[in-house]
Design a protein around this ligand. Structure first.
Ligand code: ADP
Ligand code: GLC
Length: 481
C-alpha cells in the first residue's frame, strides 16, 4: 500500500474559495483503494461551518518551534466519504472570517501550517511515501523537509510533489521577515533557492525542492515556460521542465450530475435534456426576475470576479452584447469594480441581466443547469472547472483558448459537425463578441446543430477517472526511482 498525503489550504466540503478546494476534496477518493492510502491535511479554520467542526475528533496536541516562537499545534481527524482528513488547529493563525487575508499575515500562517504538517506526522503515526503539496501555501513543506527534518530517519525517504494550480499567487514577502518567521538558515534565501527578485518566494521554494512538479493542464504546463504566462518564474519552469507534468483536472461526477442534482428544478440526462433542461431555465428566469421566455439565449457566468477571468473584455463589451437577443445571469464575488459593474448592468438592463453578487453552491448548480451557454473568456486559466461543470450539464462553453480551457473545450466546426463549445484565440473583446454572435446564430437558426453540440458536450468524460490514473503513474515512477 502506497501512502500519500495531500497538503493544502482548502478542500471541499470543509472550506472553499475556488477550484483548488474542488480538486483537493474530490481527487483523493478517486485513487485505486487497493494500492493507495490517500489522506488529506488542511488547516482548521474558525470560519469553517460548525457542522463540520462538530464532527472532527481531537487526536492530540503538541508545541512546535517556529523560529523563536513556540506555537500550539492541535490535530483533529475526520473520515469523509472513506478518506481520512486531518486538520491542524491553532486559533491564533486560523481565526478570521476567511482562509486568506493580508499577505503579511498569510506568509506566517502558512509557514506555521507547512512546518506543522511535517511535525504532526510522527505524532499521528502516518509516514507518507509522498507528500503532495498544492499551491504556494504549502510551498515550504519541501523546503522544511530538506532543511530541518531529513536527519530524522522517519523523514529520510519521503518524496514530494508540488502542484501549481495558479502561478500568479506565489506567497512573496521580504527576505528579512520571512527568515525571521520561518527560522530557515540564511543560505536558503539565495536565487537558486527561495529568493526571487530580491524577495522570499514560497512557491519558488516548493518548485526548487519538490521531486516532481505538476500543473493542472497540458497547455498551462507549456504556457508557464513562457514570459507571458510565467509570472516571472518562466526561467525556473524551463529549468525544471524535465520534472514538470500537466495533468488536467476532473470534477466530481456524483456531485455535478444533472440526473440527480437536488439543487435544480428539473433533473435531466443526455436523453432527456431536449425537453427537460428548459424547465430549469424557466424556473431561474422566474426566480431572478428575468423576462420569462423559453426561447431566449441565456448565458451564464459563475466566477471569482478578477482580471484572470477576462472581465475587462466583458466590461468593454457589455453594452454591445446587451443589444443582442440574449440574457445574462452572473454569480460571483471579487474585485469591487466588477461587482459594481454587474450591479450597474442589472439595473440598466432589467429583465435581461441578473447579477448575483454573492457565493452560493445552490445558485451555481442552478446556473450550470439552466443556461444555454457559459462564458469564460479568461486571460489565463490553469485548468478551469466551471467549463467542465457546464459540459456536464449540457451548457455550451464559450471560452478563450488558453490553459485548460483549450484542452477541454473543442471548438465547434460546422463543416464536419464536431466540437463541444465555442472559442477564440486572442485576448480581444471583439473576437469574444464575434464568437458570442456566432453561438447565438447557431442557437437561434440551426437548433438541430446546437442540440448536437449539447449532445457531444454531455458525452465528454471529465470525471477523475483518467487523471487519477495519471497521478498514480507519476507516483509509481517516483517511488521506483
Ligand atoms: P478558480 O479556481 O480559478 O476560481 P475554477 O473554474 O477552477 O476557477 O473553479 C471555480 C469553482 O468555484 C467552481 O466550482 C465554481 O462553481 C465555484 N464558484 C466560483 N464563484 C462562485 C460563487 N459565487 N458561488 C458558488 N460557486 C462559485
Ligand atoms: C486555480 C485555477 C483554476 C483551476 C483551479 C484548480 O484556482 O485558477 O484554473 O481549475 O486552480 O486546479
Amino acid at each position: 500500500m502506497k501512502k500519500i498525503l495531500f497538503a493544502a489550504s482548502e478542500g471541499v466540503p470543509f472550506i472553499k474559495t475556488g477550484g483548488l478546494a474542488d480538486v483537493v476534496g474530490s481527487l483523493p477518493r478517486c485513487f485505486d483503494k487497493e494500492k493507495y492510502d490517500v489522506r488529506v491535511i488542511l488547516p482548521k479554520y474558525m470560519c469553517m461551518r460548525q457542522e463540520w467542526k462538530d464532527k472532527m475528533k481531537y487526536l492530540t496536541h503538541f508545541y512546535m518551534d517556529l523560529s523563536w516562537r513556540s506555537q500550539y499545534v492541535g490535530i483533529l481527524q475526520m473520515e469523509y466519504e472513506s478518506v481520512q482528513f486531518y486538520f491542524i488547529d491553532n486559533e491564533y493563525y486560523f481565526a478570521g472570517p476567511k482562509p486568506y487575508g493580508n499577505i503579511y499575515q498569510d506568509v506566517e500562517k502558512f509557514a506555521f501550517f507547512s512546518k506543522a504538517v511535517l511535525s504532526a506526522l510522527p505524532v499521528i503515526g502516518f509516514r507518507p511515501d509522498i507528500i503532495h503539496c498544492h499551491d504556494w501555501q504549502t510551498g515550504l513543506i519541501p523546503v522544511y523537509l530538506n532543511a530541518q527534518f531529513r536527519e530524522n530517519a522517519f523523514f529520510q525517504d519521503i518524496k514530494t510533489v508540488m502542484s501549481i494550480h495558479n502561478l500568479k499567487f506565489q506567497g512573496v514577502w521580504d527576505v528579512k521577515t520571512v527568515q525571521d518567521i520561518t527560522g530557515l538558515d540564511k543560505s536558503y534565501f539565495a536565487p537558486d533557492k527561495l529568493e526571487a527578485y530580491g524577495d522570499a518566494n514560497y512557491l519558488k521554494g516548493g518548485i526548487v525542492y519538490a521531486d516532481q512538479i505538476t500543473t493542472v493542464s497540458n497547455t498551462y504546463a507549456q504556457e508557464i515556460q513562457t514570459p507571458f504566462y510565467g509570472e516571472r518564474l518562466d526561467g525556473l519552469m524551463r529549468a525544471r521542465s524535465n520534472c514538470l507534468t500537466g495533468i488536467v483536472n476532473g470534477i466530481d461526477y456524483d456531485e455535478y450530475n444533472p440526473a440527480t442534482d437536488s439543487f435544480i428544478e428539473r433533473n435531466y440526462d443526455p436523453e432527456t435534456f431536449r425537453k427537460e433542461k428548459v424547465k430549469n431555465k424557466r424556473a431561474l428566469q422566474k426566480e431572478l426576475g428575468l423576462e420569462q421566455d423559453d426561447r431566449k439565449f441565456l448565458i451564464g457566468i459563475v466566477s471569482r470576479l478578477t482580471d484572470q477571468k477576462g472581465f475587462d473584455l466583458i466590461a468593454y463589451m457589455m453594452d454591445e452584447m446587451c443589444q443582442q437577443d440574449l440574457q445574462f445571469v452572473i454569480l460571483g464575488t471579487g474585485e469591487e469594480r466588477y461587482e459594481n459593474m454587474f450591479r450597474h448592468y442589472a439595473w440598466k438592463y432589467q429583465g435581461k441581466v441578473a447579477s448575483n453578487i454573492y457565493y452560493s453552491e445552490a445558485m451555481s448548480h442552478k446556473i450550470y443547469a439552466s443556461c444555454d451557454a457559459f462564458l469564460m473568456p479568461s486571460l489565463f486559466e490553469p485548468c478551469g472547472l466551471s467549463q467542465l461543470m457546464s459540459l456536464r450539464y449540457g451548457t455550451v462553453p464559450i471560452v478563450r483558448e488558453t490553459g485548460g480551457l483549450k484542452d477541454t473545450v473543442e471548438p465547434y466546426n460546422e463543416y464536419n459537425s464536431t466540437g463541444t463549445g465555442f472559442s477564440f484565440a486572442n485576448y480581444n473583446a471583439h473576437e469574444m463578441l464575434y464568437t458570442i454572435k456566432y453561438a447565438l446564430d447557431v442557437f437561434y437558426n440551426r437548433k438541430r446543430d446546437w442540440n448536437r453540440i449539447v449532445d457531444r458536450a454531455m458525452q465528454q468524460d471529465y470525471s477523475w477517472n483518467t487523471s487519477a490514473r495519471k497521478y498514480e503513474t507519476l507516483y509509481e515512477r517516483m517511488l521506483s526511482e
